[in-house]
Design a protein around this ligand. Structure first.
Ligand code: XIL
Length: 484
């Protein structure tokens, strides 16, 4: 965030990259070596290799590197044009090439080779891509490399020390390589259909919740989350009004959030690639701008005709091959970026908070995964933890004029609990508009939250978090936790 972005008199920037930089985020593009036209460096300040860093391009079956020239070209071009690079991607079921079916040991070899070759020039890297199943099941994919997973104790998750997990183990490996090389590369997990808290019809977005669980549990290795944002008219792929709240809840875990592969199908604006599509772009850009830790947006290509989904006409330019024309969506994005992070927020918009860089503890080769993250919030003095059983809860608030986001941490006492409920009495004038990672009853006065299926079990002394958003001024909240 910059001072200029708060100054309404400041002249509007005329490129996406300049406007984004002023607002304190990157605006990037997916690129290939044959499409490095001048527009790439003019309009964008971040580059993601669209295909040239995928295992099918660069990995040998033993985890070595081959055919590196495309990736080298892209990284060189980015550097020459002062663009950040988002590496894409190390572990993925698709486009795996010679790595298809490889063991964790081979994946680890590949991770080491790739990071050691390009890491010093790569700001962010997708370590694991698309780990979760389609159709809003909330499950992981049941295909390589996820079939390497072993939920040893059969409790439905992969987070216990006896479990092995390709997601965790790949991040541990990547983090080791980054730390051993003294690199600053941030490690991301990336997926699609995880953008909203809900999907069409208001059904909870179980895929997003599953991603949230992974990030929460492996937070010490994961620095950033990519929401691919290939928006289209599939019921699980639409743009929902709770996009911003979902970005916020991941940001509240301390990770950076990126809109990492943005395109917006013209079906979402009745085939209108003018104002209708432009408004959709505006919504997405605004949701990111309104969350301080949403630190970048990447569009998945330059022009509609050159997109991986060209018939959807989902990008910011028409034309081709270096001769591009700006669409209405381009002008809307530029305009929204120029408003910066500080435009007057709508009533249910979370505030801009200063970005706190995540602190990453060193990773040893045999570091076991945490079963749940350590508490970071001091206990609320009004509800001391029960020393023997039960649970306690603390709340932290992000408030702005007219609204707030609350994050509630539930901590088990000296014994494990298998369910919890938290009661909160809201001041008059406060209304809860939505909640995540909890069931809710009531929206004003006394409101009750209880665990959902995946976060009821909390080990002794461990914690889980849920959140809610509301309008009004929330002060003096004293949550009361009951183990159920
Ligand atoms: C796509 C590319 O755009 C295409 O050129 C390629 O043929 C297939 O992959 N999710 C991802 C990207 O993470 O890597 C995919 O890119 C699009 C979906």
């Amino acid at each position: 965030m910059t001072v200029q972005s708060m100054d309404p008199a400041a002249a509007a920037e005329t490129t996406l990259r300049a406007a984004a930089a002023k607002a304190g985020l990157f605006f990037g593009v997916a690129a290939s070596p044959n499409r490095l036209h001048s527009i790439v460096g003019q309009e964008f300040n971040q580059l993601t290799p669209e295909n040239d860093m995928k295992p099918d391009r660069i990995a040998t079956s033993s985890g070595g590197l081959q055919n590196t020239s495309g990736a080298d070209n892209l990284v060189n071009h980015a550097q020459a044009n002062n663009m950040l690079v988002r590496g894409h991607t190390l572990v993925w079921h698709s486009q795996a090439g010679a790595l298809q079916g490889a063991s964790q040991a081979t994946l680890n070899t590949f991770i080491g080779n790739a990071i050691n070759r390009w890491g010093s020039r790569i700001a962010y890297w997708d370590v694991v891509n698309e780990a979760l199943e389609d159709n809003n099941t909330g499950r992981r994919r049941n295909q390589w490399p996820h079939t390497m997973n072993r939920d040893a104790n059969g409790d439905g998750d992969f987070f216990d020390s006896g479990d092995t997990d390709v997601i965790r183990d790949s991040f541990i490996r990547a983090k080791q390589v980054v730390q051993a090389g003294g690199l600053t590369t941030k490690l991301c997990i990336n997926d699609y259909d995880v953008e909203g808290l809900t999907v069409q019809g208001g059904t909870p977005n179980r895929k997003a919740n599953a991603l949230y669980d992974i990030v929460r549990n492996y937070r010490q290795y994961i620095d950033c989350v990519g929401f691919q944002a290939h928006f289209n008219d599939n019921p699980n792929s639409i743009i929902t009004d709770d996009l911003q709240a979902n970005i916020q809840r991941f940001a509240d875990l301390g990770v950076e959030v990126h809109i990492s592969e943005l395109d917006i199908d013209d079906d979402l604006s009745n085939n209108d690639i003018g104002t209708g599509q432009a408004e959709n772009y505006r919504k997405v850009v605004r949701a990111c701008l309104n969350v301080a830790k949403c630190t970048g947006i990447t569009v998945w290509g330059i022009a509609d005709s050159e997109s991986w989904r060209s018939s959807e006409r989902g990008l910011l330019f028409t034309g081709s091959n270096g001769n591009y024309q700006k669409k209405a969506a381009y002008h809307a994005v530029l305009d929204e970026l120029n408003k910066g992070r500080n435009s007057t927020p709508p009533p249910t918009t979370p505030p801009v908070t200063p970005s706190v860089p995540p602190t990453t503890p060193p990773v040893g080769p045999t570091t076991p995964p945490p079963t749940t993250p350590p508490p970071t919030t001091p206990p609320n003095p009004t509800t001391p933890p029960n020393p023997t059983t039960g649970c306690s809860a603390t709340v932290s608030l992000n408030s702005w004029t007219g609204g707030f986001v609350a994050t509630v941490r539930v901590t088990a006492g000296a014994a494990p609990i298998s369910g919890w409920s938290v009661q909160l009495t809201l001041p008059s004038g406060v209304t809860v508009t939505n909640a995540w990672n909890a069931n809710r009853s009531g929206s004003s006065g006394t409101v009750q939250f209880s665990n959902v299926s995946y976060n009821g079990s909390v080990n002794a002394g461990q914690s889980t978090e849920f959140g809610f958003q509301g309008v009004g001024t929330a002060t003096g909240l004293s949550p009361v936790c009951t183990a159920t």
